[in-house]
Design a protein around this ligand. Sequence first.
Ligand code: PXP
Length: 257
Amino acid sequence: MSANPANRLRLGVNVDHVATVRNARGGVHPDPVRAALTAAEAGADGITAHLREDRRHISDGDIARLMAELTVPLNLEMAATEEMLSIALRHKPHAVCLVPEKRQERTTEGGLDAAGGHNHLVPYVARLRDAGIRVSLFIEAEPRQLDAAHALGAPVVELHTGSFCETRSGATRKILLERIQRAAAFADQLGLECHAGHGIGFDTVAPIAAIPTIQELNIGHFLVGEAIFIGFGAAIRMMRMLMDDARLPPPMRPVQS
Ligand code: PXP
């Protein structure tokens, strides 16, 4: 399998942190479903929402409304638990991304251990696939995790970009980017569709978006934060433009100042 023919990178916008702001006060404002509709209008190819076990941001009602109101595909992020599986099978979103989940963590801190968790994950991947849901595994950019995702029969992997986006050291950044580049190439060799996400902002998106075998980025926290300054739609349009520019052949890319 090669990179998608049009070479167009899809943008999935994660609306979890619209719900975080809503939940800080209770009530209904700001509404993550309205944000999702705004995102789609601004050019998001899909919407991502993480229904956490503790329901700290997205609620069950949000998922039901997203399923009813969205005109673009929903990617449901969830832990591999029986409760989440039955919710996914009830709603049948376009896609499910299996993520590790710890109650105390502030956000998804690392990738899923697809290698160590093989026996636990097998029935989840199989039952979601049997229901016609596209399954992805959120993993670290490590060959053994890619091999494990392949062995599990997951058609898609999402590479964790958090460490790359967070590091302030140029040398570490280079090492982490090369690791993501190698993993994306290996995913392609294995026939896996490759996505990436976590921590991506305007200053980190270009090198990730330039990796030709990556087909989708999932971005949330930065866009919701940036919405305070320039608006949600404008932040998404800017991200879309940076992604498209990064995908141009090098001689056509705008010069970075
Ligand atoms: N992809 C996955 C699998 C995630 O868990 C998250 C965070 O919920 C994201 C992408 C988006 O990360 P961020 O909100 O940092 O952009």
